[in-house]
Design a binder for this molecule. Structure first.
Ligand SMILES: Nc1nc2c(c(=O)[nH]1)N[C@H]1C(S)=C(S)[C@@H](COP(=O)(O)O)O[C@H]1N2
Ligand SMILES: [Mo]
Length: 160
């Protein structure tokens, strides 16, 4: 797709935008074409849905960690313990949402290769919006499609 089409959309509808917000130094609004600026990874994924059975898809896109780290969450990147408080809330356009912990995707901790997919089975997701891909998940429920917002929050403690 050309830059001008990406910026304006076409008769088929506007290009989807993802809002990155919360405890970030650099909050941003990103389109799927914007997500091509990060190194692209591939994942061949099988997951099971409780209603529709086993699904197989091939996804490409940046690592969620790379995109969020560049938005500079409010922690000192040099201090590992500082990162353990942070949660990542991912929401789709239809209201489906899930929480991840920062440590789950952090290379110093769980290092889960979670993608913000920009293609599914070689089809661009420019209009649908990016999809969360968790190759480690047996169940498909966290593979949130049409992501419209990701919020990073470092304010969680277990105090009653
Ligand atoms: N936005 C959004 N994403 C979603 C869902 C949803 O309801 N809304 N359902 C999830 C569930 S339960 C599964 S199993 C997979 C379904 O993937 P499929 O469309 O390839 O079957 O999408 C996940 N992503
Ligand atoms: Mo599902």
């Amino acid at each position: 797709m050309s830059q001008s089409l990406a910026a304006t959309g076409t008769a088929a509808g506007p290009v989807a935008e993802l809002a990155l917000g919360g405890d970030l130094t650099c909050p941003a609004r990103l389109t799927v074409p914007d997500l091509l600026a990060w190194p692209q990874h591939e994942a061949d994924v099988s997951f099971e849905c409780s209603t529709s059975g086993v699904q197989h898809h091939r996804f490409t896109g940046p690592l969620l960690h790379d995109v969020l780290a560049d938005a500079r969450p409010f922690f000192d990147p040099g201090r590992r313990k500082d990162r353990l408080r942070f949660l990542i809330a991912v929401s789709g356009a239809d209201g489906h949402h899930a929480l991840l912990s920062w440590a789950e995707i952090d290379p110093d901790f769980g290092q889960a290769p979670v993608l913000l997919a920009v293609t599914i089975d070689d089809t661009p997701l420019d209009r649908a919006g990016p999809q969360l891909v968790l190759p480690q998940d047996r169940c498909g429920a966290r593979h949130i499609s049409g992501i419209t917002a990701i919020r990073v929050d470092g304010g969680y403690t277990a105090w009653a």
